[in-house]
Design a protein around this ligand. Structure first.
Ligand code: ATP
Length: 388
């Protein structure tokens, strides 16, 4: 086992594309770290540099305290699991899993023991004599994992290993991968573009964009305290709402009305350099049908016409169009769109709320909605920085 340290690691390709810009990242021994971000953000390139499949343009990569920049992939003692499984079709499950050990010239009894153990952990024992063609997608992916496990490597590197599976199986496999990683305690770096996967799997999540790290933290911290608009929009489903907001004397004007400033916000927003135009961020789950809320609780209530109600069984997604407010810089739109399609307000702001299943609100009617003001985030529209 080993820790993995990236020290100002940069990757530029011969055509001039810089895919990774001097990133610093320390992955502890035994940790499960997820690299997440939209397509092209540099996550696979980062993983491939750790694996040795791409060379490092500048900076240093250390595995277990040793510089490995120039070490061949086979000498790094790590195992990769790919989206495509990469199984040998003419070999049985047993032979596929034994293959790396045979290459390493391990004794037959030892190979049998290791394959047997891995098969047990992965619940593949009864399939050991089958060929990959006769397995389900989930079973194939488990064989691919088994082939990585048998080597007892210092680290596992996984590049979107579950993305070929259907939605239900992906959820099942997610739990298995998570359990397996805890059981083995092997340092694991896992790449995905799926924020749900990132949030549910890892000890820590690394959010990347344009070859830069945006934020590194445990899932709850990313959700509760996103450092900027990008992370705020990327983490969470449905995405955080972004609305224009203006700082007034003692209030914050937003499309739903005027929010009174509490002491903390007043201090923040009356600072000399605080911008007067802001972006207010609030997650859909931080709204509720006002009829279902104890009005003694702290909060803010507004009335708006309902566009659409989507019943999800356990809760309801209720969409509103709220009017007014200043336009937000165009580049913000790109930022939020990149972040996974969060709605960005112009003069008409679309608001997504997630209400209890018991809510009686109906499309085409006005609804009274409660908003948990303790959960709002305020962003500087020019830098995207979260100032709350
Ligand atoms: P995806 O989820 O789509 O796989 P990613 O976040 O893994 O995306 P990378 O594959 O790491 O992204 O690519 C990062 C950037 O580097 C992209 O802009 C990509 O076009 C570019 N890139 C990747 N490989 C090469 C290459 N061999 N030559 C030039 N540019 C490359």
């Amino acid at each position: 086992m080993a820790d993995i340290v990236l020290d100002k690691v940069t990757k530029s390709f011969p055509d001039g594309t810089t895919a990774v810009h001097g990133i610093d990242l320390e992955i502890a021994d035994g940790e499960f770290v997820i690299l997440v971000g939209p397509s092209g953000c540099g996550k696979s390139t980062t993983l491939n540099m750790i694996a040795g499949l791409e060379d490092i343009t500048s900076g240093e990569l250390r595995i277990g305290g040793q510089r490995v920049n120039d070490r061949a992939p086979k000498d790094r003692d790590i195992a990769m699991v790919f989206q495509s499984y990469a199984l040998y079709p003419n070999m049985t499950v047993r032979e596929n899993m034994a293959f790396p050990l045979k290459l390493a010239k391990m004794a037959k009894e030892e190979i049998d023991r290791k394959v047997g153990e891995a098969a047990k952990v992965l619940e593949l024992t009864e399939h050991l004599d089958r060929k990959p063609a006769n397995l389900s997608g989930g079973q194939r992916q488990r064989v691919a994992m088994g082939r990585a496990i048998v080597r007892s490597p210092k680290a596992f590197l996984m590049d979107e290993p579950l993305s070929n599976l259907d939605a239900k199986l992906r959820v099942q496999m997610r739990t298995q991968v998570s359990r397996l990683q805890k059981q083995l305690g092997t340092t694991t770096v896992y790449v995905t573009h799926d924020q749900t996967e990132a949030m549910t799997l890892g000890d820590r999540v690394v959010v990347m964009r344009g070859g830069h790290l945006q934020q590194v933290g445990d899932p709850q911290t990313l959700y509760d305290r996103p450092v900027n608009l990008f992370v705020a929009g990327f983490i969470g489903s449905p995405s955080m709402n972004f609305l224009p907001a203006t700082v007034e004397e003692n209030a914050l004007r937003c499309p739903m009305g005027e929010l009174a400033l509490d002491d903390r916000l007043r201090r923040l927003l009356t600072a000399a350099d605080a911008p007067r135009q802001l972006v207010l961020g609030i997650r859909p789950e931080h709204f509720e049908d006002a009829a279902l809320v104890d009005q003694a609780g702290k909060g803010f209530t507004f009335t708006a016409p309902v566009d659409l109600v989507e019943s999800m069984g356990s809760d309801k997604y209720v969409y509103f169009s709220v009017e007014g407010g200043p336009a937000v810089a165009a580049d913000l739109e790109d930022l939020a769109a990149d972040a996974g399609g969060a709605d960005v307000p112009h003069d008409r702001a679309n608001l997504v709320t997630r209400l209890s299943a018991e809510s009686r609100v109906r499309g085409g009617q006005e609804a009274r909605i409660w908003m948990n003001v303790d959960k709002i985030h305020l962003f500087d529209p020019s830098s995207g920085r979260n100032i709350t």
